[in-house]
Unconditional design. Structure first.
Length: 136
């Protein structure tokens, strides 16, 4: 399977508003380059078509890896992860200061698998909020 071409990468970055599509961290405030994530990993037959690509910070993309499902910590059931092309972020997540809270089984499982509320990630988001930088 081929890698996305530069035009598709540009489209993905623009569509995401230069924010991680999972944790909403702004790319402009990251010291590390953002990555193009295959929402459904190539090992699971995911394509490099723009409909299967999302912009992700290094932290979220590394934690997600090829995962397509996780366990909802509230119910203990296996559920699919948040899909940035099919799902609306605000239906699955909400902000509580620098913390992201899951509003759905998919949101809660995604937060857990991607470690979105890792102490270091929350501390960085708190610093951005203190500087007046919006996360949503």
């Amino acid at each position: 399977m081929s890698r996305p071409n530069p035009a598709v990468i540009h489209l993905v970055r623009e569509r995401a508003g230069e924010r991680c599509e999972y944790c909403h961290f702004p790319a402009a405030h990251s010291g590390l380059p953002f990555q193009i994530d295959h929402i459904v990993a190539r090992k699971h037959e995911g394509t490099s078509d723009e409909s299967n690509l999302a912009l992700a910070c290094l932290f979220c993309n590394s934690a997600k890896g090829p995962s397509i499902a996780g366990i909802d910590p509230a119910s203990g059931t296996v559920v699919r992860l948040f899909h940035p092309r099919r799902d609306v972020w605000s239906e699955h997540f909400e902000w509580h200061g620098a913390w992201v809270r899951g509003r759905s089984p998919e949101g809660r499982a995604t937060i857990q698998v991607l470690r979105i509320n890792d102490a270091n990630a929350v501390a960085v988001r708190e610093s951005l909020i203190e500087e007046g930088i919006a996360l949503d």
